[in-house]
Design a protein around this ligand. Structure first.
Ligand code: FES
Length: 318
């Protein structure tokens, strides 16, 4: 099922901006870290069974470390608060090997990126990779103020090479990044990327509706829909034969964990794909942002952290 976890040692914590810290992780053993591609993330195991996905910000050629950045969230579900208060340099943490749900089209003649806030993290890795390849890129980076913006100094330097950086600071400026104009003016062979708040992604997808799907890339940090917690249906676990009732207020994942059934999960928000589970019978109520429309229509799999059931029973391959 899941690849074995890796022990990593926290070598450095650095304040990148107001409320944003970066964490440099190196191998805690003699084994080298698994390599990664631009746009990858790791699922970091925190305390109390919390698992959180963090994008890697360093260059893939930087093979001896993983660099992540974490924003302190006012409405944290625990992960960002823990990361900002608990780990100390020298601590050993456990992580999944890197996975990539947001890959870079390395051979695109030109790439345009739209990033909002902490959404810059995977984009940093992509820009470093494109710089190494000598490819052209342009970044539109929206944030509240320079003091709250991570990697500003580095980007100012990077923006003098094959890339260009447009900063857009201001509390309402995310709305003022003219995404429609950026997309409209992009050359037809250009690949477009967006990572940021939900409304930014939604505007990006609207603007890109007429562009070839393989040139449009995005990654969400939070689901655009509420999780299905209406309950009132049963889940049958095909392999063990167990039948569990999902009560109101609970997701399928909650229900499984309440019964000490160990399943992989990370974001709990329907965006990372870690909890994807095959559906053998029944109709899911899809609430994730991971599956494609076609995959949802097929009802062959679902994200059990946030999706529910339209039928009275779901049979899952668990
Ligand atoms: S745990 Fe991330 S999609 Fe379900």
């Amino acid at each position: 099922m899941n690849a074995p976890l890796i022990d990593v040692r926290l070598r450095q914590i650095r304040l990148e901006a107001q409320g944003i810290a970066s964490y440099e992780l190196v191998s805690a053993t003699d084994a080298p870290l698994p390599q990664f591609t631009a746009g990858s993330h790791i699922d970091l195991h925190l305390a109390h069974d919390m698992v959180r996905s963090y994008s890697l910000a360093n260059a893939p050629s930087d093979t001896d470390r993983y660099l992540i950045a974490v924003q302190r969230e006012a409405e944290s579900r625990g992960g960002s608060t823990w990361m900002h208060s608990t780990p100390r340099v020298g601590d050993v943490l456990r992580t999944s090997p890197p996975g990539n749900d947001f890959p870079l089209a390395e051979d695109a003649p030109q790439s345009i990126f739209i990033a909002g806030g902490i959404g810059i993290t995977p984009v940093m890795s992509m820009l470093r990779r494109l710089d190494a390849l000598g490819r052209r890129w342009r970044l539109h980076y929206a944030s509240r103020s320079p003091a709250e913006t991570a990697f500003v100094d580095e980007l100012r330097v990077m923006g003098s090479g094959t890339g260009e950086v447009d900063f857009c600071f201001g509390s309402s400026r995310i709305d003022r990044v003219d995404i429609a104009a950026i997309v409209r003016d992009a050359p037809s062979d250009c690949h477009l990327y967006c990572c940021g708040p939900a409304r930014m992604i939604d505007a990006f997808l609207d603007a890109c509706a007429c562009r070839p799907a393989h040139t449009v890339h995005f990654e969400r940090f939070a689901a655009s829909s509420e999780a299905a917690t209406e309950g009132g249906y049963d889940v049958i676990l095909k392999r063990s034969g167990e039948r569990l009732t999902v009560a109101p207020g609970k997701t399928i994942l909650d229900t499984l964990l309440d019964h000490s059934i160990d399943v992989p999960y990370a974001c709990t928000a329907g965006v990372c794909g870690t909890c994807r589970t095959a559906v053998l019978e029944g109709e899911p109520d899809h609430r994730d942002d991971f599956l494609s429309d076609e995959e949802r229509r097929s009802n062959q799999s679902m994200m059990i952290c946030c999706s529910g059931a339209r039928s009275k029973t779901l049979v899952l391959d668990l």
